[in-house]
Design a protein around this ligand. Sequence first.
Ligand code: AMP
Length: 284
Amino acid sequence: MPTQLIDLIAPFRERLAAARRAGMRIGFVPTMGALHAGHARLVECARRECDFVVVSIFVNPLQFDRQADLERYPRALQDDVRRCTALGVDVVFAPAAGEMYPTPPSCVIEVGRVAAHLCGAHRPGHFRGVATVVLKLFHIVQPDRAYFGEKDAQQLAVVRHLVRDFNLPVHIQGVPTVREDDGLALSSRNGRLDAQERRLATSLYNALVEARRQIAEGATNPAAVRDAAAAVVPRDGRVRLEYLEIVDPEQLQPVERIDRRVLAAGALWVGSTRLIDNLLCDPK
Ligand code: AMP
């Protein structure tokens, strides 16, 4: 069966209601499109665990802190739908911005301390936009299970907090990061990198691996680990490390001492492209 493409909320809800009446468990994979093998991994998990699989493709203006990034964000709806058909997705929901926000929303989700560091500190309003659209999508889809990539660890943490704080009846499933052979995390933004930038882009993963190595070998001072990891990023005008922090994996607060499992997370600018990645690190 080819994937059904729906762009309006009302018929989408009817389709979901029919599936629910048939006793199907609904699995939901929210995305911004330009789908790659990382998204495919989420869909495969949903396909295994649910009866009816929905992928949303929506480049959510509310979560973009820079207009240029929103305008340049890759869009590939026809390819995405073909990919979803190959993956056995039942419905792709791809609303226009005006369908999701007929008027600017007057109610938004304020995200607390889980958004205070990492990307939250560098992208004002980003997680407010993420939490708001995820809540809207959850109300529209009412999924049994929703799938999020660990690559966006802070987003996953924000969604877990959202679900807990508002008693949302959905199971959140985190999915491990899919990487290229050299470690670069797959991202829709990777397509913007030219050949030189692509080579430089792996330095973010290499820096995180260095942090993990230091921690595994007994380093306990986060500032020292951070500096050692940052030193891995080449001195090159085309790259700039926006942040590299060592935080606790649930609340995403900086740790004073590394004496349990921590998350090393970073953001790297490569040319005009911003990439993020993270690794869990266990102490000696
Ligand atoms: P995006 O389209 O970038 O908003 O991503 C949609 C979902 O796919 C999010 O839950 C991401 O965390 C997840 N995702 C993106 N890249 C990867 C990857 N390389 N591996 C696993 N999941 C990913």
